[in-house]
Design a protein around this ligand. Structure first.
Ligand code: SF4
Length: 329
């Protein structure tokens, strides 16, 4: 007697699971297709972690081979770029995804500009950055590493003989599509900052384990500090030198490698002092904000949003006071 096997009947749960898995695998495949050589110092890495740049230039053996992760937000950013840049190029009479080489401090560093308009107006370089929410850039301005990277694109175009007078960085909120756009003039001093940044990485490559765990300085001189592996976003999670940098027990995606910084009583005393100083600063800042909140809030209630110096003062839909810098320069 022949046994007939009934075909499996799908349920809503199995169909959903199939597409959830397909979604995750599609992202994994996309992320894997963009994996680059750990030792490739491209222009896009110039502004990031100084110590990582120093490890790359020193050729320090890698200690980690980060597990592929879906990299969903990065992929969404890449796909937004793929659809957006050719259209933007038409709008501004520019050229999208232009590959070039930056020459600085004895190195040749490859990079791809998102968009450059070199034969119209004064010459402009544009970089799109996809982010989750615009609050941080509205409060602090463009990130220092993004500024250096975009200036580096401008510099390599100038080195190739084109005139570039403006750099534009546009942050795009992946959720809403809202934008915050920064534009600033490029001058010789700005391009010297790029060369200085490459020279800084070269200098630290002589002893990468002592290089600072910070990004390049922004236009206000502020540097972004790497916080080690974290369950939140952290470049350390995908760094090929994670254990070299934070110790053998550092694990991508798990907070706590910072414990390695406290090795003895002196380290604990320094950490306690730093924590105490930060707490006092935070408490003073909270008091100061509360002090000014009431009069500013009343002014908006009485006469609506207003411009005060270089800030726009308004209220959100939920009624919270919103004081943000006017970003266009
Ligand atoms: S683990 Fe983090 S701090 Fe260390 S080199 Fe890598 S990115 Fe920089």
């Amino acid at each position: 007697m022949t046994t007939v096997t009934e075909p499996e009947v799908d349920t809503a749960e199995t169909v959903k699971a199939r597409y959830e898995e397909a979604y995750r695998n599609a992202h994994l495949a996309e992320t894997a297709s963009r994996k680059r050589d750990a030792y490739n110092l491209s222009v896009s890495k110039l502004g990031g972690c100084t110590r990582r740049g120093a490890y790359i230039l020193a050729g320090t053996p890698t200690t980690d081979d980060p597990e592929p992760e879906p990299g969903i937000t990065a992929n969404l950013g890449t796909w937004i770029h793929a659809g957006l840049l050719p259209r933007m190029a038409v709008e501004v009479d520019g050229r999208a995804e232009w590959k070039m080489t930056l020459r600085a401090a004895g190195l040749d560093i490859d990079g791809t500009t998102d968009l450059a308009a070199v034969e119209v107006r004064e010459g402009e370089v544009y970089d799109a950055k996809t982010v989750d929410g615009l609050d941080t850039v509205r409060r602090y301005g463009a990130y220092g590493d993004h500024v250096i990277n975009t200036l580096a694109y401008a510099t390599m175009l100038v080195q190739a003989g084109y005139r570039i007078s403006w750099v534009v960085i546009q942050y795009i909120d992946r959720g809403s599509g809202d934008t915050e756009t920064f534009a600033f003039r490029v001058d010789t001093a700005a391009m010297i900052r790029v060369v200085d940044r490459v020279a800084e990485l070269v200098r630290h490559s002589a002893d990468p384990s002592r290089a600072p765990r910070t990004s390049a300085a922004g236009r206000d001189g502020r540097r972004w500090r790497m916080k080690g592996p974290s369950d939140d976003f952290s470049p350390c999670n995908s760094c090929e030198w994670l254990k070299e940098c934070w110790g053998e027990d550092a694990v991508p995606g798990v907070k706590g490698a910072q414990r390695n910084l406290i090795r003895n009583d002196a380290g604990a005393a320094a950490a306690a002092a730093a924590y105490n100083a930060a707490s006092i600063t935070k408490s003073l800042a909270t008091d100061e904000a509360a002090f000014w909140h009431t009069p500013l809030s009343r002014m908006v209630d009485e006469s609506g949003p207003f411009i005060a110096g270089r800030f726009r003062v308004s209220k959100t839909k939920s009624g919270a006071l919103n004081v943000k810098p006017i970003s266009a320069e």
